[in-house]
Design a binder for this molecule. Structure first.
Ligand code: SF4
Ligand code: SF4
Length: 344
């Protein structure tokens, strides 16, 4: 049974489990539409996407036709100029097929300097406030992978919500950001509860995230099975029992901090190398088996061989992962384990 919580001072009543719109861009349109519709049927009303998630807004727009009243729509712009952000907003409105967006967020503001530029006269915040007066957006939010930047954003009093990664490994937001946001009545949106698929058991990972005092936890989903499995987490008492805690602790130790969260900020790669798929290849193969993985990722090694070492991906990764080094390790492992089965 879906639970609802209040999204801070917006007073919007959002589902405790929200819909993360990154993974639907990687599956067929019909599958993606089915996933969004199933989420709505299960009572998930908080739908989060972004201009940067390629087809995600368009798919969501299609899927929610006739059901606008059932969902609270959140999207984001990664633009850093007022003109581009304005264009992004108009594109999002058009692709989502709506006249206004409930929550419009500044995407991935990862430094104090970046935040200062947003807040300065003539900056992005001013443009968003104008869009708010025009009735194109209702509330303004900000997202970041750095809790310390969001603490400053909360203190500025200018944002209605903050979005930050929160999972068993990334617990820093629980120290200062979440308590402060709650005290100031700012909505808190937890992203990456499954660590980009790094945790083996989605229910366990979600039970951990949902037990925290956040407004909503958005989990990325790409299949109807996944959205159903995630929603089932709410059928259990939230929080971890001792066995689950030990299980997550073991995984956290293995993963360390250097692991891919599948956020896709490293894209686009000029050679279309599926970076996050390669970085998580061992986890995928363990879960879905070599044949299933290879069927859908047949060309990923050939693409990897075309890497120009330009390091654009590394400069964009918010976790500062040494992507080239990690990819080389994973491909070496693939060749060692499955070399004879990889087509030349
Ligand atoms: S370094 Fe390689 S993987 Fe990274 S963006 Fe450049 S070509 Fe793509
Ligand atoms: S390599 Fe970094 S930017 Fe790319 S998907 Fe993984 S965590 Fe995200």
């Amino acid at each position: 049974m879906m639970q609802h919580r209040i999204l801070g001072r917006t007073k919007l009543k959002v589902s405790a489990l929200g819909f993360g719109g990154i993974p639907i861009q990687r599956v067929s349109k019909s599958q993606a539409t089915a996933v969004v519709k199933r989420a709505l049927d299960l009572g998930i009303n908080f739908i989060d996407t972004a201009r940067a998630y390629t087809t995600s807004e368009e798919i969501i727009g299609e899927a929610i036709k006739g059901q606008r009243g059932k969902c609270i729509l959140a999207t984001k712009t990664a633009a850093r100029t007022v003109d581009q952000a304005r264009k992004d907003l108009e594109t999002s409105l058009s692709l989502l097929g709506v006249s206004s967006i409930d929550l419009y967020q500044l995407h991935n503001i990862n430094s104090d300097e970046g935040l200062s530029r947003v807040l300065e006269k003539g900056g992005l915040l001013e443009m968003l406030k104008a869009a708010q007066r025009e009735g194109k957006i209702d509330y303004i939010g900000i997202t970041s992978h750095r809790p310390s930047v969001l603490v400053q954003a909360v203190k500025s009093g200018e944002f209605d919500t903050v979005m930050v990664p929160l999972n068993y490994i990334e617990r820093t937001p629980l120290q200062e950001l979440i308590p402060l946001a709650n005290k100031l009545d700012i909505g808190t949106i937890a992203m990456k509860p499954l660590g980009g698929g790094a945790f083996a058991n989605a229910v366990e990972a979600l039970k951990f995230a949902l037990a925290n005092p956040v407004s909503t936890v958005i989990a990325g989903v790409s299949s109807v099975d996944e959205v159903e499995e995630n929603a089932a987490a709410l059928n259990f008492p939230l929080g971890l029992n001792e066995k689950e805690r030990i299980h997550l602790e073991e995984q956290a130790k293995i993963l360390g901090r250097v692991f891919c969260r599948a956020c896709e900020y490293c894209q686009p790669c000029p050679e279309q190398i599926p970076i996050s798929s390669l970085l998580r290849v061992d986890t995928f193969i363990k879960r879905m088996g070599w044949e299933n993985w290879y069927r859908t990722n047949r060309d990923s090694i050939k693409r990897y061989e075309r890497c120009q070492q330009c390091r654009q991906c590394e400069s964009r990764c918010p976790y500062e992962l040494p992507i080239l080094e990690l990819m080389a390790e994973k491909v070496k492992w693939l060749r060692k384990e499955y070399g004879s089965m990889i087509e030349a």
